[in-house]
Design a protein. Sequence first.
Length: 215
Amino acid sequence: MTSPPRARASDAASASPYERALGERISELHPRTQRYFRTIPDGYVGVGTGVFTTAGSRHRWLWPLFRLAETAGVAFAGWETDVPFRIENRTVDGCAVAVREFELAGRRWIMPDIVMLTPGGVLRNAIGVGRSVVTTFDCDVRDEALVLSIRRVGLRIGRLRLAAPAFLRPRIGLIERWDEDRQRHHVDMTIDAPILGRVYEYRGYFEYAVERETR
């Protein structure tokens, strides 16, 4: 398969936000993980397909709240294993635009999000159909894996912006790495709430390739 062209130095302003945030440190990632977070050229799309071994929330009493989040494309209600999924990644005007499709029991659920680098050098992620949940986070490289950790979480309701106070702020973490044994990418995302502990997660393995757009 022909490799897609690399972004030119003159295209730096429209490069992947992860690539700009990490700078030279992106070379510390495993080469296969680098490919996932680097700029995707115009006319190409990054396609990942795999299976989440576990996904959702184990707390049934929280599912009514997650049903609201599911409608908004932020998180789904339920707890499932062996969930097939697909992700499409694009770099658009310096933003990482992703659409994830979860094949849940009896339904397909879609989670869109967009990641941008702020002028202050902080990564900002707007999640959901109406980009109703906004997080800011730091990214780091550890043992060739990309590690994301949350700074702030807020809600966007029309023109209203609500930020969670520090004592209520969930801890959200995401680790993306290359698994040498399975020869696949591995993703591990967790949300831990104060007092409640682990309230939502998904983790699994997938294959990934950057392909020319066909539509």
